[in-house]
Ligand binder design. Structure first.
Ligand code: SAM
Length: 421
């Protein structure tokens, strides 16, 4: 890709508008003005202005722990956040400092932006990048963002650019009464949604919910989810809470599939991400997720006519016990998961593995049918309420409740008169 940095930024803004990602003129102006490449030294201009996340730090096992997030999701979250001139803003996850610069652009000269990161080296680099681009007024702090940043509270806006498993009490108490909190929040099995919350009576209520995928919060408020690399089946990860069967057992289980259970329900990849995935995350406490990269994946399931399909998209939903597991599988060719393929319908089934696999596959298939019968609830119309742990609606709504350490989440579709319990 060639062109001046300004031209490349304008091209990215045009692309984000064309794909329906970017609508807000003030967010567009921030993206057009702030030079992302200066927050990514050593990265070539083409990459700095592509719509991709750029990893900037990995841990000892090579897993990414810091990055500049994908511009599309940053734009969506900034629109969710709705920063106005003069706002006091807290960001948790300073990373390169780029998003903090966008926040400072939106908050203007009368605003105040504080950004927090866990690691000294990340903080030092973010500070340097921000100063070099004229955003020296942004306060960059080394701290565990799970505690917020009390000295500058209350905040009109708080944003996490790192995935949380729970809503830490400090984020609620440091948010002004008319403030808004936007965070990538994992429901179950690392399935995250970017949720914008505002205060309501004794709780937070969502005002918008979007799918997203962020690296996880580290430190005192890190979640209990476990990610288990499955040995020789390179690139396959099992992710769940509680911890699935021993990684080696799970790996060997995945080589011995039984016969797929059909559900009679046809879905698209859009349904998997926005509807069925959400339903499973809301309903199945034992949910896990298998992620496969490249050609690795569980052995194809008997009865799933396109073996490649099973390998390409395994385990968007997986349930595991000590003696078996089951994972969603395509029963007919799902086609290519490219843009057009997202809307191609295929039948979804459940593939059993191991001694208890049949029972688990029947349970998974039951969830799929329930979701269909409930009118295929999706992100549209979903309201997430967050109560302090132990509070919130009792009894009959329990099936929509996800209890975290500090928070009770309640999922409902009020306009459809539906609480899926
Ligand atoms: C995806 S990056 C943030 C991207 C950043 N906003 C940018 O524009 O470059 C996530 C960041 O969250 C930080 N992080 C993880 N756990 C944290 C915690 N408990 N407190 C503060 N920062 C944390 C990581 O060190 C990492 O830099």
């Amino acid at each position: 890709m060639t062109g001046s940095p300004r031209g490349l930024r304008e091209r990215l803004v045009t692309e984000l508008r064309a794909t329906g990602t970017l609508h807000d003129d003030r967010v567009a102006a921030a993206l057009a003005d702030v030079p992302r490449h200066k927050f990514l030294p050593g990265i070539d201009l083409g990459r700095a202005y592509s719509d991709d996340a750029v990893v900037t730090k990995v841990d000892a096992d090579g897993r990414p722990i810091s990055s500049s997030s994908q511009p599309a999701i940053m734009a969506l979250m900034l629109e969710q956040l709705g920063v106005q001139p003069g706002h006091r803003v807290l960001e948790i996850g300073a990373g390169t400092g780029y998003n903090a610069a966008l926040l400072a652009h939106l908050a203007g000269a009368a605003g105040e932006v504080t950004t927090v990161d866990l690691d000294d080296d990340i903080v030092a680099a973010a500070r340097e990048h921000l100063a070099a681009c004229g955003f020296g007024g942004v306060r960059v702090v080394q701290a565990d963002g799970g505690h917020g940043w009390p000295p500058c509270a209350p905040y009109d806006r708080i944003i996490l650019t790192v995935g949380a498993w729970d809503i830490a009490p400090a984020w609620v108490s440091q948010l002004s009464p008319r403030g808004r909190l936007v965070l990538p929040l994992a429901l179950r099995a690392g399935i995250q949604y970017s949720i914008a919350f505002e205060h309501a009576a004794g709780r937070l209520d969502s005002v918008s919910v979007l799918p997203c995928g962020f690296m996880r919060l580290r430190g005192a408020f890190a979640g209990p989810e476990t990610v288990v690399p499955l040995g020789s089946r390179t690139g396959v990860l099992a992710e769940s809470e509680p911890r699935p069967a021993d990684a080696e057992d799970l790996e060997s289980l995945l080589t011995r599939p039984g016969r797929a259970v059909s559900t009679g329900v046809r879905v698209t990849f859009m349904d998997l991400y926005g509807g069925l995935g959400l339903w499973l995350a809301a309903r199945e406490p034992g949910l896990g997720r298998l992620s496969a990269f490249g050609v690795a994946g569980p052995a194809p399931c008997a009865g799933a006519p396109d073996p490649a399909a099973a390998a390409r998209r395994p385990g968007m939903g997986m349930v595991a016990s000590a003696h078996g597991c089951a994972a969603l599988t395509a029963m007919s060719d799902p086609g290519d998961e490219g843009r057009a393929g997202l809307r191609t319908a295929f039948e979804i089934g459940a593939c059993p593995f191991g001694a208890e696999g049949t029972e688990l596959a029947a349970r998974l298939a039951g969830h799929v049918r329930d979701w269909d019968l409930a009118g295929r609830p999706s992100l549209a119309g979903l309201r997430v309420s967050a109560y302090p742990a132990g509070a919130g609606p009792p009894g009959e709504q329990r099936a929509t409740v996800i209890d975290k350490q500090h928070t009770r989440l309640v999922l409902a579709w009020p306009d459809a008169g539906l609480s899926p319990g």
